[in-house]
Design a protein around this ligand. Sequence first.
Ligand code: HEM
Length: 426
Amino acid sequence: MDDTGRLSRRQFAKAAVAIGGASALSACLSRSDSPDVPAGPEDLSSVPARQHAWSDALATDDHGNDRPPRHHVLLLLDYAGDGQPTDADRETAASAFESLERAYARRHDGLLFTVGYSPSYFERFDADLPESVDLPEPGPLAPFEDPEPDTRDAAVHLASDHPSVVLAAEEALVGEASSANGVEMAADLSGVFDRGDRRTGFVGDGLPADNQDVRGVPDSEPVPEDSPLYMGFKSGFEKSQASEDRVTIESGPFAGGTTMHASRIRLQLQQWYEQDSRDQRVGKMFCPVHAEEGLVEGPGDNLGTSAGMDERGCPAHATDHAREKGMVGHSQKSARAREDGDPIILRRDFDSTDDDEAGLHFVSLHRSIADFVDTREAMNGTDIADESAVGQKNNNGILQYMEVLRRGNYLVPPRQLRALPPARPA
Ligand code: HEM
């Protein structure tokens, strides 16, 4: 806020997404400049078969790393009908999604979205999912956590650099508005899905600093103005992200799809900012070597396209560092899950002020949920805690500052199957 107590434009834009609804949208449009967003194509044949093919539509930073869209909404929905979906509902849902594609150019400053379905959704079918799809029920993934499983049928992830675009797309999709970006909606989801949870957030330079007036962040306003995430560092370097090919299901009827995990994480950054030193933060986020050698400037833009894990043998020395330096880094531990040197999960996470607390919606894509589980196991570092003086959470990466409240798993089918897919498509 400025000294008159007014919200800055950026703060307001973000708060509008968190609030949602028609009044937030109109306030957002009248307050910030209404963005001039191009419509999508009338003929949708050029839209990629993979819903999760976002990389070509993203902006890049000065080094060429993909830059995520700045504003996000995750809508969790339940199928409104009884039992198996009807063909009429499938057609309505397909038409609603296509209307959104016609309304907005498919790019970061237009609209990007995916639609995924949970294990609970697929239970309604007589047949199981094919073996080529690994989609277990969500459950705890660490000995010290007890998350609520998310069991809503579907998850729609909407993302755009413009807050008004995610809001308007949501309004049109759920049937609260009959057009989006001036383009008439041929259908909406209102009769097909019941609305469940609504999760929101943001990622990008300045947004966490503008939104630090929440529980979990100390009152001293410690979040750096140039950080894209609450914890003060940049993430998603090109070399630490799986490629879209690596996370794509290769065979069976859902080939071209992917699996998605979405967890809700509460952040508690009192100690992080008020007791830990900058070196401790760098050591715990990246690797103790990065702190000793002063490798990270500010949020870490200077690192280029690589967080410099393998280059310094950080993952291989995770347990040695825990024993000798009394601390192990989050990135260093997580990078132990790489396969032939390459990461196996593609992170599309964003910060959140939902429930007025600092949080992070950890959305990630992988060929199988097992790839996520393996990565999370590497991040837990339970093996390291067993063999050194670091605790299960204490000095063990960033585990001490986060708590996983909810977990959900989803299949994100290829685009042609995104409207209420059967478990065994022909
Ligand atoms: C509060 C939540 C989190 C924050 C702020 C965070 C932040 C970061 C940062 C700054 C990096 C280093 C930069 C980079 O290479 O991208 C990183 C790396 C990474 N994180 Fe996280 N992270 C969080 C949670 C998670 C979770 C829940 C997972 C899931 C297992 C995860 C998996 C990874 C992986 C796989 C890497 C890259 C390792 C490699 O280079 O192979 N992170 N994270």
